[in-house]
Structure formats: C-alpha cells, structure tokens
Design a protein around this ligand. Structure first.
Ligand code: URA
Length: 277
C-alpha cells in the first residue's frame, strides 16, 4: 500500500480464491476497509489486502489525486440483497449509489447480465455523456463504451481535446439487453431513476445524449433525434445537446459530419462556461 499526500493507493484486493479486483485508487483508509468488509460479508469469502509491491507511480497517476475524485469499482459485482437497493435514493456519492444498486434485479435484464455497467469517468465532471445500454463488451467488462462504438466515442472526445477524465459517462440502461435490442420505454422504466440520480450527483453543466434512447428517456416522446440533433435543449436547467449514437456512425459514416458539428457546439459552450469562471 502506498501513501501519497495522505491518500492511499490500493493496487488490488486479493480474494481467497485468487481473484484480483482491478486497480483501484481510493482516497480513504475507511473506504478500503468498508469495501473489504462488504465483500467479505456479502460474498462470504475471505478477503485480504495485498501490498502494492513494485508499483510505479508516475505524474499521471499522481495528478489523479490533485482533486478529490471518486473512482467507481468497475466490474465488481458484490451480491447485495434487495434491501440495499431500497434506499439508494439517499446516496450522496456515486460510489455509494453504485454500491447501493449493484445487486439490482428490478427488471429481467438483471437475470442475464454479467456485470452492471454503472458509469465511467469523473463524477465531478461538467460534461456528462449519456448512451443507450451496454453491449457485449461492456457487459463483460462492466465499463461503458469499451467496444467499437466506445472507441469511436473516445476519438470524438479526443477531437475536442477531452478525455474520459473530463466527462462522466452513463447509460440509460445499466444491464445489457439480451441480443443488444434497443430497450423500450417499459424496459428502461426501472433503470431511469438511477440515471436521474446520477445526473443529480454529477450536476453537469452540459449533457451530450447519444442516439434516440437517452432523448426519449429524458424528454419523452415528441423529440426525434434526426430533428433535434445539435439543438440546445434544457433538462432541469442543464444544457442538453443530442447527437447521433457512435454505433450509428459505424454504419452511416456520412453522418459523422453532423456529430462533428454537434460536438464542436458542445466544445464552444464548454469553453464559454470555463471562461466565465
Ligand atoms: N452503446 C451504448 O449506448 N452504451 C455503451 O455502453 C456501449 C454501447
């Protein structure tokens, strides 16, 4: 375990079975204890922390500690009882919320998921990106937008000089719909309150919605992506810019120019917000 400016860098937690959790950056010792305890009691396995033996710490890693940020436990699926999701509304941080809903079985997608795909990026970001639902790669990794559409999204962000650490990414639906079917309003009804809570916690200045599903989820029927893309909509005082989904661009590359226009608009609004600070 390494201490940097009184913050703890925990490389991994080793379980009795020999499984390793992914690299975690955690700020507080209490939090580490809490996570270890939770896994211990909930999964009924012996967890032991292991020392970060030969961890190389570079400037990039250290910069993550400049601002207090939360790193979500991607891909971790503690089996928490239904009781724990009853008071998720009271969560005051993204980590708390992700833990509270991690055992969710409110809809049928819970039965077939590998991982809940809760969110990624910086929960304190001023820009939030909302997609549709996890696909196969996301289901396997527990991280949103890691497949082909995700790679394209990363390139789009890069084009406006943003990385995942500048944004918070979430989907309307947190578990993969079997066969990657587009979720209907009924199917995302149980999940939508989680997204709304995520928006409340991030409190972004701008939201970029990708494709028709997040548009429907936030604004209801009557907003067609082909008609409103690139416009500035308002969601509870937050600027929303709808654009096409990156997966759509893979099959319709001619639509890339519209997404380029839309994200340039986002960039301009973001820069204005920065300059007004
Ligand atoms: N498409 C989405 O809408 N979300 C993902 O996480 C991946 C693909």
């Amino acid at each position: 375990m390494q201490k940097i400016n009184n913050k703890i860098l925990l490389e991994s937690i080793k379980f009795a079975e020999g499984e390793f959790l992914p690299l975690q950056f955690i700020e507080k010792q209490e939090l580490i204890e809490e996570i270890v305890q939770k896994f211990d009691t909930l999964n009924n396995i012996q967890a032991e922390k292991i020392e970060s033996a030969d961890m190389e710490i570079d400037d990039n890693m250290l910069s993550q500690f400049d601002e207090p940020t939360e790193i979500i436990q991607e891909g971790i699926q503690p089996q928490i009882s239904d009781k724990s999701i009853s008071n998720w509304q009271e969560s005051t941080s993204m980590l708390e919320l992700s833990n509270a809903v991690s055992g969710c079985m409110k809809c049928k997608f819970g039965e077939t998921r590998t991982n809940i795909v809760f969110g990624d990026g910086n929960p304190n970001a001023e820009i939030m990106i909302i997609g549709e639902a996890p696909g196969k790669n996301e289901d396997l990794s527990g991280i949103p937008f890691v497949g082909d559409a995700g790679k394209l999204l990363d390139k789009i962000l890069e084009a406006i000089k943003l990385s995942r650490q500048d944004v918070y990414i979430a989907n309307v639906v947190k578990c993969r719909p079997p066969g990657n079917k587009t979720p209907t309003e009924d199917e995302f009804a149980e999940c939508l309150p989680y997204l709304k809570k995520q928006i409340e916690l991030v409190s972004p200045k701008i939201i970029l919605t990708l494709g028709a599903v997040p548009l429907l989820a936030l604004f209801g029927k009557g907003y067609q992506i082909t008609k409103v893309r690139g416009q500035e909509l308002d969601y509870n005082g937050i600027i929303v810019i709808p654009t096409f989904h990156p997966a759509y661009l893979i099959y319709n590359p001619s639509a890339k120019k519209y997404v380029w226009e839309d994200v340039q608009k986002l960039e301009k609004i973001y820069q204005n917000i920065q300059s007004e600070k």
